[in-house]
Design a protein around this ligand. Structure first.
Ligand SMILES: [Zn+2]
Ligand SMILES: [Zn+2]
Length: 458
């Protein structure tokens, strides 16, 4: 089996794993780099442009895993796109939104080759998308079915517990198997229950390592972090401030809304409107609609009915007064420019009584990452459009991650007992920690770390 890492960065970057198993060819994920724009954001598709690809399998609908799918399909006109049925309900929304983001980047930054794909092109490729239930074995090598005496390989999606529709992908050949974790969360979140990877055994394991560099402090639990968050919100409200929780539209938004809904229901938090973004609203509706199909907690908790959700558009974001206790759960999670969260954060920063609470990962090289690193009272460079800013408001972080803790990943490696582990989706530090620990605990397992554009033979 040959595995090629198409990511264009040594960091999380744009996910894309090309697998050639017994002559059958599959691409797992077609992401785009969250910090790069245009062609720089793409996986290195040119390295596989001559390959006769049978299928593209998508682990989940976050941008770093699916954002460049239409461009991948340009190279492989015969390939079908396989995903979970829950991802199938989300994917077109995600990609159409990307077109809009790229159009505004073109207009504001003058990058003429944007958008990289159009709404019409998306409509053209949509018939190639296919959704499947978890834990069904699927034949994906449709074009080479009739090779003599050889069964074509199969594929199966396992629930990864990370965001709606997220999956780990098992590929079974005649002689070898490979399992790709995608982004995985083993512990229950507030809505989504943890990954169901119990039956996974494979020869080769492609492992995400997002939190490999992060030690969970002694005694910290998700429940305690939620308690601390609610206490903090109440404190801000007492001093007549507003709270901004920057989130990603898919996953983080709904997890935070569930936390707030449960707290309002129990009376811990006063009932009041929650301001969210348009895309956050769309995905919240899909979470509600698909609650019965989802492996989740509180399956009767319909967010849209339990909360007074108000969508904040661009104009309202500029106008809304920050004089009352207001609660914002807005995209983007890293306070990327041209988003509602970025603009509101910039306004809130100036006043002591407000607070910005981070609940997920922020890259150090984004406005959110820089804000988190800045000290109270310090003036720092926030963003190109926002310029410099001084941190006067309260800033805090709460660990409500949707990624597995590093010790859980390590246990999982032992459980799968592969002959080879391939490390990906993490920083140098994260992969280094994981490699070191695997070597120590499981000395027989071979560890491989193909860099950007590098391929390995297993
Ligand atoms: Zn993800
Ligand atoms: Zn990811």
């Amino acid at each position: 089996m040959r595995i090629l890492n198409l990511n264009n960065d040594k960091d999380i970057g744009a996910s894309g794993w090309f697998v050639d198993i017994e002559g059958y060819k599959l691409l797992m994920d077609a992401g785009s780099h969250p910090k790069r724009i245009g062609h720089d954001s793409l996986p290195q598709y040119s390295l596989i442009k001559g390959e006769d690809l049978d299928a593209v399998a998508i682990s989940h609908c976050h941008h770093d895993h699916v954002g460049s799918l239409p461009l991948a399909l340009d190279y492989f006109p015969r390939a079908h796109v396989l995903m979970t049925e829950l991802s199938y309900f989300l994917i077109e929304r995600i990609l159409h939104n990307s077109v809009n983001v790229m159009k505004s980047q073109r207009d504001e930054l003058g990058i003429t080759d944007l958008p990289l794909y159009t709404h019409d092109e998306l409509d053209d490729i949509a018939p190639r998308f296919q959704g499947f239930k978890y834990n069904r074995e699927i034949e994906w090598a449709a074009f080479h079915k009739t090779r003599k005496g050889f069964l074509s390989p199969t594929l199966e999606f396992y629930d990864a517990g990370h965001a709606l529709g997220s999956s780990g992908i098992m590929v079974r050949g005649n002689k070898q198997t490979v399992f790709y974790t995608g982004d995985v969360c083993f512990k229950d979140q507030t809505i989504l229950r943890g990954a169901r990877f119990e039956d996974v055994k494979a020869d080769v394991l492609i492992l995400e390592t997002t939190r490999g560099g992060r030690e969970v402090p002694e005694g910290q639990t998700r429940e305690r972090e939620i308690e601390r968050l609610i206490d903090s919100i109440q404190r801000v409200f007492k001093r007549k401030g507003c709270v901004l929780i920057p989130v990603f539209a898919l996953g983080r938004t709904q997890e935070m809304l569930a936390v707030l809904a449960l707290m309002m229901r129990s009376g811990r938090l006063k009932r009041q409107p929650v301001f969210i973004g348009g895309l956050g609203r769309v995905f919240t509706e899909i979470y509600d609609l698909e609650s019965h199909r989802t492996h989740r907690n509180h399956s009767n908790l319909i967010l849209n009915e339990n909360l007074d959700l108000t969508v904040l558009d661009k104009k309202q974001t500029e106008k809304i007064k920050l004089t009352k206790n207001r609660l914002f759960v807005l995209t983007a999670g890293m306070l990327t420019e041209k988003t509602a969260a970025h603009d509101i954060a910039l306004r809130m920063l100036q006043e002591e009584r407000h607070a910005i609470f981070f609940v997920g990962y922020t890259d150090p090289d984004t406005p959110g990452g820089r804000l988190r690193a800045a000290k109270h009272g310090e003036t720092f460079h926030f963003s190109q459009s926002g310029g410099d800013a001084t941190v006067n408001c309260e800033i805090d972080s709460f660990d409500l991650t949707a990624h597995a803790d590093r010790d859980d990943l390590l246990d999982f490696v032992g459980h799968v007992a592969p002959s080879t582990v391939v490390l990906g989706h993490g920083s140098d530090d994260s992969r280094a920690w994981m490699a070191e620990q695997i070597k120590r605990r499981y000395p027989k397992i071979k560890i491989m770390e193909p860099g950007p554009g590098e391929s390995i033979e297993v």
